[in-house]
Structures are given as structure tokens and as C-alpha cells.
Design a protein around this ligand. Structure first.
Ligand code: R1P
Length: 296
């Protein structure tokens, strides 16, 4: 992965410069939309949007429910950029490609990253339609060395050995719980641990039981690499999982999960997720001192 990671990282400044030449927006907040959650971009005002296929250096989305568009715009006095469609390892992208946009965001001056995803629940307390605020993650691919930071470290972005404790900002988690109370949706929300598995197959029953025993509350096939790269380069991160299904843990259970059902729950909860994210962005504080020197 090393030669590729260097080649990929050389493209990021070109991509960022191209975007800055095409839009006047200078985003402070970036949002990555999970499966079925692309409508988060619809709330942005004064939009400039770009198909991934038109952006130099950008990878392409291949998954249904991921439109493949980067949308810039204003939301409640903050400037945002929203990825309608993310990149997954199972699509065949290397991890440095799946996380390519995160460093582009950093180069654009973003200081806060909001990651959203669709996930299956293992915790008995999480039902389809609930929203889990991500408190922490287990990065299964990362634990065995499939890490977007593998290869030569780019010191411009961050250190060789970045700490990951506290990578989901506590202040933003508290604020989100507070907002949920005000919106009257607190009963849908709780904090929990997200685990990333490689996919694209959903879990076997034995795998589901293993994850449950390990203390995982919700499982999906994304997010953790994005958060690793974001934390490495000093972005503040907030994450939420929309619970789209219960992961089957019993041999007696005849239900099974499918991607259509995952997208459907996204549609059903789109309004609530939109409200939460909008209020969070509206109320978060921004420092505006997030520039890095890209001249090498
Ligand atoms: O994580 P996001 O992109 O929301 O998508 C989730 O939904 C898909 C499975 O239905 C997988 O890609 C899984 O990771």
C-alpha cells in the first residue's frame, strides 16, 4: 500500500486547489452521508455541487444510496461541505482512497467532521430507527494492519503514532444529547460503540455473537478509517449511526437483513437525522484556526 498511499497523498492538494477555484465557499464543517442519508445535503443553502467524476483526483462511488456528489453550502451561519456518497473498502478501493476526501477537507480549512452511517444493532437496547451517537469504535480491519495511515507518514498532516482515545469529541456528544432532548427525540438516542467490519457480506450468526460479546453496540462497513485519518490530522469528530436493522444473533430467527431495508429506514428517519445535524452545526463553536501549511 506504501507507493499507492504516496501517490494518493500527492493528489490531495491538487484536488483542494481545484475545488477552491470552483467555489467561493470555504467550509468549516464537513459531513459524510451514510447509506440512505444523502438528504443531509439538501439542507444546505447557496449550493455549489460537483459530481465526483468531475473532481480531479476524486475516487468514484459505486454503491446504491450513495449519489457521488460533493455539495458545498451554508447552514445556520456555518459553511459546510457534504459528501453525498462515501467510499468503502469492499468496493475495491484501497483505504487511503476511501479516506482521500478527509485530507482534502483538512486542506480546505475544515475543522469539524461529522460522520454518519447506517448500522446494524447488536445491543438489545437499540431498535431499528434509533440513532446511536458514536462514543468509540473498534476498527477490525485496522487491528490487523489494514489502516489508511499505513505507509510513509505525512508529517504535514499529523504524527506517525496518533492517539485515538477521545477521537469522538465529548463536547459534541453532550451537545447532541442535549439537542435530542429539546427536539423530543431523546428516547431514540443513546451512545454506543461502533465496529467496522470489512463487508460486503452481512454478519453470520456466529460473527454477530462474537461482536456482541466483545461489547460492540452497532456494526457497519465504514467510518472507522475516515475517523482515524481525521483524528490524525487534528479534525474534531462527531459520529452517528442510524440503526437500520437488528443483526441476527439467534439460529431460531428467520429474519435476514438486506440493503434495500437499510435504505428504507434511512428514508423514514431522514427528517430527524437532518434536524439533529442542523441543530448541532448551528450550535457548535468554530475556532477558525485550522490551516496547515501545504507548501513542501
Ligand atoms: O456505512 P454506510 O456507508 O452508511 O453503509 C452501510 O450500509 C451498507 C450495507 O447496507 C454498508 O455499506 C454499510 O457500511
Amino acid at each position: 500500500e506504501s507507493p499507492e498511499s504516496s501517490a494518493v497523498s500527492q493528489k490531495q492538494p491538487t484536488t483542494a486547489d481545484w475545488l477552491m477555484s470552483q467555489t467561493r465557499h470555504r467550509p468549516q464543517v464537513a459531513i459524510i452521508c451514510g447509506s440512505g442519508l444523502g438528504m443531509l445535503a439538501d439542507t444546505l443553502k447557496c449550493q455549489d455541487s460537483f459530481a465526483y467524476s468531475d473532481i480531479p483526483g476524486f475516487p468514484q462511488s459505486t454503491v446504491q444510496g450513495h449519489a457521488g456528489r460533493l455539495v458545498f453550502g451554508e447552514l445556520k451561519g456555518k459553511t459546510c461541505v457534504c459528501m453525498q456518497g462515501r467510499f468503502h473498502m469492499y468496493e475495491g478501493h484501497s483505504l487511503c482512497k476511501t479516506t482521500f476526501p478527509v485530507r482534502v477537507f483538512k486542506l480546505l480549512g475544515v475543522e469539524t467532521l461529522i460522520v454518519t452511517n447506517a448500522a446494524g444493532s447488536l445491543a438489545d437496547s437499540l431498535q431499528p430507527g434509533d440513532i446511536m451517537i458514536i462514543k468509540d469504535h473498534v476498527n477490525f480491519p485496522g487491528l490487523v494492519g489494514l489502516n489508511p495511515l499505513s505507509g510513509p507518514n505525512d508529517d504535514k498532516f499529523g504524527p506517525r503514532f496518533p492517539a485515538m482515545s477521545g477521537c469522538y469529541d465529548k463536547g459534541l456528544r453532550c451537545l447532541a444529547l442535549d439537542i435530542a432532548k429539546q427536539l423530543g427525540v431523546a428516547s431514540l438516542m443513546q451512545e454506543g460503540v461502533y465496529a467496522m467490519v470489512g463487508g460486503p457480506n452481512f454478519e453470520t450468526i456466529a460473527e454477530a455473537r462474537l461482536l456482541h460479546r466483545l461489547g460492540v453496540d452497532a456494526v457497519g462497513m465504514s467510518t472507522a478509517p475516515e475517523v482515524v485519518v481525521a483524528t490524525h490530522c487534528g479534525l474534531r469528530v462527531f459520529g452517528l449511526s442510524l440503526i437500520t436493522n437488528k443483526v441476527v444473533k439467534s439460529y431460531e430467527d428467520s429474519e435476514s437483513v438486506n440493503h434495500e431495508g437499510v435504505l428504507e429506514v434511512g428514508r423514514l428517519r431522514s427528517h430527524t437525522v437532518q434536524q439533529l445535524v442542523t441543530e448541532l452545526i448551528s450550535r457548535m463553536e468554530i475556532n477558525n484556526n485550522n490551516t496547515i501549511n501545504t507548501a513542501v
